[in-house]
Design a binder for this molecule. Structure first.
Ligand code: MTE
Ligand code: MO
Length: 319
């Protein structure tokens, strides 16, 4: 068994609180190994020849041809509505978030539910750099070198039951630090997102703990966020504290708030306009005033990898 639930871990093995201080070091050490080229595909995935993953590219998903957006642009232009609507303000206010210690509850339709320290999860996962395009429904985009691990790989360690059809993600609730939770502003808090189980198991779906070769800044979702590059940015939920496997689709924060604007799938699709924004093109963060807008691609350019997940769906239906 790869990770254990708390009750199965002998007291002597429970992570020492001091180890939380070591999170950055754990990640840094793994990154150093990665830079040396020693990190390949993790054994659990390599053995998995009979699953849907077998035919997909393995190992390194870095898209060499993508040029990352300057890190400063990514760090200073953030959507984090628990803190503020304004992108600069949210980047500043998020510095107050408490990310230490951090544990993630994984429960629902699984054989091994539990509450897992992030450090214990990290020690069992293979970190890789994933350079992905990222597209917000507001019409801007960026290219980010995330550092993360396969969501599907983590889910497998808790052994999903055959009844697990959907995955629900919940962000942290810290109203004393997050002003818009305190004021009940806009969304129902905490922030909730979801995926269908096959989407969650897709190798492009990752949980990120870092970016640009360092730990994740608080405003970008530290210490643990989802990244689903073929979907609009709001699906990529930040500061995850709970992952539940469910029989039914969860009600997500944005669908609940504005059902006519935000559906469950939210795959990037330039042919289907959002009621308030055309989705045909995107402004690239960090590009100059004179740079033309980029043409948005179906599935954000990841159609070759993910289109088969939706072969029975009418993509002209918004979201
Ligand atoms: N918890 C939480 N997660 C969130 C959001 C949020 O407000 N709260 N905003 C979403 C939206 S709309 C986008 S576009 C991305 C932005 O990620 P970034 O700020 O790292 O660029 O985070 C998503 N995840
Ligand atoms: Mo967004």
């Amino acid at each position: 068994m790869i990770i254990k639930s708390k009750k199965e871990i002998p007291a002597s093995e429970i992570t020492d609180p001091l180890i939380f201080k070591e999170r950055r070091n754990i990640i840094k050490a793994m990154l150093a190994t990665m830079a040396a080229g020693a990190v390949g595909i993790s054994p659990a995935l390599a053995d998995d020849n009979n699953s849907a993953w077998a035919n997909l590219p393995k190992g390194d998903f870095s898209a060499d041809l993508l040029t990352p957006t300057p890190a400063e642009s990514v760090k200073n232009y953030t959507n984090y509505y628990e803190f503020a609507l304004n992108k600069k303000d949210s980047a500043k206010l998020a510095q107050n978030l408490r990310t230490d210690p951090w544990s993630v509850e994984i429960s629902g339709e699984v054989e091994n539910p539990g509450n897992y320290y992030l450090e214990d999860i990290l020690r069992q996962q293979t970190l890789q750099e994933h350079v992905y395009r990222f597209r917000c429904v507001e019409g801007w985009s960026m290219v980010v070198p995330w550092v993360g691990f396969s969501l599907g790989h983590l889910l497998k360690t808790v052994k999903p039951l055959s009844t697990a059809r959907f995955v629900k993600f919940t962000s942290v609730y810290q109203p004393e630090i997050m002003p818009r939770q305190r004021n009940n502003a806009m969304l129902e808090w905490p922030y909730v997102e979801g995926l269908r189980i096959d989407e969650a198991m897709h190798p492009l779906a990752i949980l990120a703990v870092g970016m640009y070769g360092d730990i994740l800044p608080k405003q970008n979702g530290a210490p643990l966020r989802l990244v689903v590059p073929w979907k609009y940015g709001f699906k990529s939920i930040k500061a995850i504290v709970k992952i539940e496997l469910l029989r039914k689709p969860p009600l997500t924060s944005w669908s609940q708030f504005a059902p006519s604007e935000y559906g469950f799938y939210s795959n990037v699709n330039p042919a289907v306009a959002h009621p308030r924004w055309s989705q045909r093109s995107e402004r690239q963060l960090g590009s100059s005033f004179f740079t033309p807008r980029r043409k948005t691609e179906l599935f954000n350019g990841y159609g070759e990898q993910v289109a088969s997940l939706y072969s029975d769906m009418n993509l002209r239906h918004f979201f």
